[in-house]
Write a protein that binds this ligand. Structure first.
Ligand code: MLT
Length: 253
């Protein structure tokens, strides 16, 4: 892992591979290590930058209310430090929400975008209320409040044990920041319809957390988007089907 200080806060990240830059943005409540298997398969295709988002893994949480923009500023800073003018972005679930906001803020820095088990829509009110309950639970009980998510993050029981251990290593503060950020995120359907960048949606048909129907409805309203369906795969293709995901990501180039 490498470490840099961006806007005063430490960000840890890993870089591997050769080729055009691809920023791999992890989901909630995970860290960069979720990408390890996929990155190993793409070593000859991309230079992959895998940060721990602020508040996850070894990166410091930001001292403010959670927002997608907060994450994006740190990612932009990381690209600047690494002298990367333009990158492909691939975001898993929450990472996809961040990638979309990054495209909205800094389109000139984006070569193309892949949403993995993610969606373009904002939270409905009832989701926001659920997130608020989770925030209170995290404040009271620490990260164990969200350990139960492991089962929903994958359709594979073995993988859910792996994910449980990974979630256990995360901080409650980082998870709270993320829940606030997800709760306040904008709807990005128009952005995806209007953009001239490649937008790729990679989605498992057994995703229990973000149903495939959400990806299919984007494809209907934004026909320029490419939808790749990963069969028998749940919410986390990077551990359930790394080679299917790696092959899909090659379509970015
Ligand atoms: C994720 O997997 O990153 C999040 O659970 C997505 C969400 O809660 O909307």
């Amino acid at each position: 892992m490498s470490v840099v200080t961006i806007n005063g806060y430490q960000v840890n990240y890993e870089v591997t591979g050769d080729g055009p830059p691809l920023l791999l943005i992890h989901g909630f409540p995970l860290d960069h290590s979720i990408w390890t298997k996929t990155a190993a398969l793409l070593r000859d295709d991309f230079q992959m930058i895998m940060p721990d988002l602020p508040g996850f893994g070894s990166s410091v949480v930001l001292p403010e209310d959670g927002s997608m923009t907060g994450y994006c500023k740190q990612l932009l800073g990381l690209m600047d430090v690494l002298k990367i003018e333009k990158a492909f972005l691939a975001g898993h679930s929450m990472g996809g929400y961040i990638a979309l906001q990054f495209l909205a803020l800094y389109p000139e820095r984006v070569a193309g975008l892949a949403l993995v088990g993610s969606q373009v829509y904002a939270d409905a009110d009832e989701n926001r209320a659920k997130r608020q309950v989770q925030i209170e639970d995290l404040k009271k009980n620490g990260i164990s409040a969200v350990l139960g998510m492991a089962e929903r993050l994958t359709a594979n029981q073995f993988a859910s044990t792996e994910l449980r251990a990974l979630i256990h290593q995360q901080s409650a503060e980082g998870a709270i920041f993320a829940l606030q950020a997800m709760s306040g995120r904008a709807d990005q359907l128009e952005l995806v319809r209007r953009t001239d960048k490649t937008v790729l949606i990679l989605h498992g048909d057994a995703d229990d957390l973000v149903p495939l129907s959400k990806a299919q409805s984007v494809k209907q309203s934004a026909p320029g988007v490419e939808l790749v369906i990963l069969e028998g795969v749940g919410h986390s293709p990077m551990i359930e089907d790394p080679s299917g995901l790696a092959n899909g990501l090659l379509k970015l180039k």
